[in-house]
Design a protein around this ligand. Structure first.
Ligand code: VG1
Ligand code: CO
Length: 547
């Protein structure tokens, strides 16, 4: 095996964000850029643990532009760095939850996932890479910090001279002395889903005329959804729309929300809408759930899944606990309380759930950003959430809307919305955050109409398992009645800065629960602007995306 050591100047901008390193494709294309980051990952994991000579790595991505090329480079580097074997999804494809499943099932030495999730792809779009640890989850902060430090100090990287492998051929090939096994990207994941949910009951529901539509948004879940929903659950061909993964996602923005999943939204709010609609994102870890003319907020979806978990065979024994990210609504907290299980509040990003799941403290996790999942893997899981809903619908035989109305009648409704202000000049976004931060100390006790501020802080989190502390996780203004406004800067964007404003109001009165969230939240929306000076500072009248 001919290992070359290539001298290169290190990069200083490879700090992983909320979910790995994400940059424009053009940035990743710069000479040695990808190699520098991959070597920093390998050095970090080789330093912190003994890699057995036969260590296996899992590798795959969401199929976006640069995916195949990057995989060939990473394979050559893995061989040069002493891995014995790499499991790679056919065509270079592995959805993020499927990669987590493969890492856990075959006990590989973690994996590299190539994705920029819901960010657009193509030559002018984004690319991304992240390392997942052997538990199948995104590397925790202490590991990503070490990777960043290493990336700034590298003088060289190692790579072997070898031909490209055939990524489309299932079976074992070689790169240098290392084995590369191209695996079916869907099989292991589909088997895991079948072990958790009552496929017979869902098949029965569908055979009885229940209609559904799944929008894969030309991203990675197409093949997974076709195999599971159409082939195994018997939905009509064509139930999965935009099911062919494309390198540029068909020019779209593979983000399953009311703005970007517009084709699905038109179907679900149109004449003769199906009973159930769902979509997932670029790498398959997000989900949006819709009923006929009805949107389920991700925060509510987590709460409904928690309240009905025992209906699914994989959760029939009940759940150990729930964790939600701080900006996610407290709807799940109410369910946890009723079930008598703990509810944890973590910073944004799935990596904060890993320790809680590994320690058996929680079973279900969720984020307001269309992320729901459980300890079956260590990533959020779009299709899993869809199957959970289908299992619940198969057992309850109610509409999605009825299920939510019943839920609100029992628990009250945490009316919720997130307003995103995308691609703001960085200075403007920072200015808005600083204005809120400056006001924070003076807010408690102040009244804004019906709302009186109870507390204001910058969220920080101490991990209950390993004691690590994460600070600066978002400014939150909490009102006497439990309503909240949270201001936070995105850690996944690649253009300017994205400011997120999260709004939550509690409504206990069933007579008022059915209203439109934006109307019910109008008071809080005005207060958010009042405190932050958002409109004046940004010069924008409205958010770019409302969910
Ligand atoms: C966003 C979401 C966050 C999520 C992250 C990764 O991060 O708000 O909840 O964990 O994306 O999701 P940010 O920092 O832009 O708010 V994904 O689907 O990109 O892996
Ligand atoms: Co994603």
């Amino acid at each position: 095996m001919n290992i070359r050591t290539v001298a290169a100047t290190p990069f200083t901008d490879q700090k992983p964000g909320t979910s790995g390193l994400r940059k424009k494709v053009a940035v990743f294309r710069a000479a040695h850029y990808l190699e520098n980051f991959v070597q920093a990952v390998f050095d970090t994991i080789l330093e912190n643990a003994d890699i057995p000579a036969d260590a296996t790595l899992t590798l795959g991505g969401d199929g976006r532009y640069l995916n195949r090329e990057a995989i060939q480079v990473i394979l050559r580097m893995a061989a040069a760095n002493g891995f014995g074997k790499v499991l790679v999804g056919q065509g270079g494809i592995l959805s993020t939850p499927a990669a987590s499943c493969v890492i856990r099932k075959y006990r590989t030495f973690g994996g590299l996932i190539l994705s920029a999730s819901h960010n657009p792809g193509g030559p002018d779009g984004d690319f991304g890479i992240k390392y997942n640890t052997p538990n199948g989850g995104p590397a925790p902060e202490k590991v990503t910090d070490a990777i960043f430090a290493r990336s700034k100090a590298l003088a060289s990287y190692r790579i072997v001279d070898a031909d490209d492998i055939d990524l489309d051929r299932i079976g074992t090939q070689a790169v240098g002395d290392m084995a590369v096994e191209v695996i079916d990207p869907v099989a292991d994941y589909a088997e895991l889903m079948e072990s958790l949910f009552d496929f017979a009951a869902i098949r029965d529901l569908i055979a009885g005329g229940f209609r559904l539509c799944f929008d894969a948004m030309h991203a990675v879940t197409g093949p997974y959804a076709k195999e599971i929903i159409e082939r195994r659950l018997g939905a009509l061909a064509g139930t999965v729309i935009n099911g062919m993964p494309l390198e540029d996602f068909g020019g779209g923005h593979p983000d399953p929300n009311l703005t970007y999943a517009d084709q699905l939204v038109a179907t679900m709010y149109g004449k003769d809408a199906p009973d159930f609609g769902a979509a997932s994102d670029g790498d398959g870890d997000r989900n949006m759930i819709l009923g006929r003319g009805f949107f389920v907020t991700p925060s509510d979806s987590l709460a409904v899944i928690a309240a009905n978990a025992r209906l699914a065979p994989g959760y029939a024994k009940g759940i150990a606990g729930i964790a939600r990210s701080m900006p996610t609504s407290a709807a799940a907290d109410r369910v946890a309380q009723k079930l008598g299980v703990p509810c944890y509040e973590t910073p944004t990003g799935w990596k904060f759930f890993g320790n809680l799941m590994d320690a058996g403290k929680v079973t279900l996790c969720g984020e307001e950003s269309f992320g729901t999942g459980s300890s079956h893997v260590r990533e959020k899981d779009g299709l899993w959430a869809v199957l959970f809903w289908l299992d619940i619908l198969a057992k309850r035989r109610q509409s999605v809307e009825q299920i939510l109305e019943d839920h609100w009648a029992i628990f009250g409704r945490n009316v919720y919305s997130r307003h995103d202000h995308e691609a703001l000049p960085t200075a403007v976004a920072n200015g808005i955050i600083e204005q809120v931060r400056a006001a924070c100390a003076t807010l408690p006790g102040r009244a804004f109409g019906n709302y009186t501020v109870k507390a204001c802080d910058d969220f920080s989190y101490t991990d209950p398992v390993d004691g690590s502390v994460s600070t600066g996780q978002g400014l939150r203004i909490i009102f006497e009645d439990g309503s909240r406004i949270v201001f936070r800067l995105s850690g996944t964007g690649t253009e300017g800065a994205t400011l997120r404003v999260y709004l939550e109001a509690f409504e206990a009165d069933p007579a008022r629960q059915r209203g439109d969230a934006q109307l019910l939240l109008a008071g809080l929306i005005a207060i958010a602007d009042d405190i932050s000076g958002l409109k004046a500072r940004s010069g924008r009248e409205r958010p770019t995306v409302i969910t």
